[in-house]
Design a binder for this molecule. Structure first.
Ligand code: THU
Length: 162
């Protein structure tokens, strides 16, 4: 039987993160709080991308009355990177969310990127030939650090298939 497994780091809350990661996570929370456009789901998502040149680029979900036209925070942030810092290497992406009236259990559940965003992140990794780490934040509790985003997309489809 074949088996797939990977290791990730759990930090109790944002305050316990090392300074650079804490700053990135806080940027993602700020993006969720101040930049999200989520009138339909009321689920506000923020992403913060750390670049090799030290810049932090934010993105937020941008919903649409025609629901499928909406965009996730991660893809908004990565598209912004492509036009604001073309060719710059992406080191890490923090993802955070904000929602009213969360249960205690939900407030401790981290936000993990949707399948389309995983595929989009995979394309950036392929383009830059360097891994991208992820910081998955819960609302008030733990943060998971995934060292290589491809760990969340095993058996992925990529350009080598075409
Ligand atoms: N959303 C994101 O922005 N990122 C994710 O990783 C998951 C989902 C957004 C899309 C939609 O605006 C809202 O969250 C509810 O699905």
């Amino acid at each position: 039987m074949a088996k797939f497994e990977f290791e990730y780091t759990i930090t109790a809350d944002v305050e316990q993160l090392p300074a650079a990661e804490r700053e990135l996570a806080q940027a993602a929370f700020d993006a969720a709080k101040t930049l999200a456009y989520a009138p339909y789901s009321e689920f506000k998502v923020g992403a913060a991308v750390l670049l090799e040149n030290g810049a932090i680029i934010k993105g937020s979900n941008q919903e649409n009355a025609a629901f499928p036209a909406g965009l996730c925070a991660e893809r908004v942030a990565l598209s912004a990177v492509s036009v604001l810092h073309p060719g710059e290497t992406v080191l890490m992406i923090a993802i955070a969310y904000q929602k009213d009236n969360l249960s205690e259990a939900m407030a401790h559940t981290v936000l993990s990127p949707c399948g389309t965003c995983r595929q989009t992140i995979a394309e950036y990794i392929a383009r830059q030939h360097k891994p991208i780490a992820l910081l998955l934040c819960s609302a008030t509790g733990p943060v998971y650090k995934i060292e290589h985003a491809m760990q969340l997309l095993p058996f992925s489809f990529g350009a080598e298939m075409l």
